[in-house]
Write a protein that binds this ligand. Structure first.
Ligand SMILES: Nc1ncnc2c1ncn2[C@@H]1O[C@H](COP(=O)(O)OP(=O)(O)OP(=O)(O)O)[C@@H](O)[C@H]1O
Length: 144
């Protein structure tokens, strides 16, 4: 059973981000994920991200890490990092869609969850001393 890349969600400096599905025809079940892809030779930042997310598995305010592998795409070894799909898009896009205007209640709502996520990252020994970048993406309930 393989993940099938369906569409491009975005891109980072390392490569592209895809929406992907995996169909289990035996159990009649479909799973969705996000796949971040980079040429293997320039995937060090993604590998580091995988390591950090691995140590944060189970944290409710951090996107879940499903695993990583290497595949051959157009004869090029490609590193794939599989993540929980956050269907709400990025907090940055949400703020832009509101032309930068948010109520105090909304700001408090997102700030609280953001701080909870940062706390999870900060509490984890494995992430200590690692340069951290926090990306805020939203789930279907518009929670960080
Ligand atoms: N788990 C996810 N669920 C939904 N969309 C995602 C997810 N992860 C990333 N994306 C989408 O892909 C885009 C790029 O992702 P990513 O966070 O890796 O890039 P970046 O942080 O902008 O890049 P860089 O790390 O090079 O600065 C995001 O802006 C977002 O739209």
């Amino acid at each position: 059973m393989e993940w099938k890349k369906i569409s491009v969600l975005g891109a980072g400096s390392y490569g592209k981000v895809y929406y992907a599905v995996k169909i289990d025809s035996f159990l009649l079940r479909a799973s969705v994920a996000v796949v971040k892809c980079a040429d293997l030779w320039r995937s060090i930042s993604l590998q580091r991200e995988a390591h950090i997310l691995e140590t944060l598995r189970g944290s409710p305010n951090v996107v879940q890490f499903f695993g990583a592998d290497v595949s051959i795409e157009n004869n090029i070894p490609t590193y794939n990092l599989f993540l929980e799909y956050a269907c709400g898009g990025s907090l940055h896009n949400l703020i832009n869609s509101k032309r930068g205007k948010m109520s105090e209640v909304e700001i408090g709502f997102y700030a609280y969850q953001l701080l909870k996520g940062i706390q999870d990252v900060g509490l984890h020994k494995g992430v200590h001393n690692t340069q951290r970048k926090i990306k805020t993406i939203l789930d279907r309930n518009f929670c960080v």
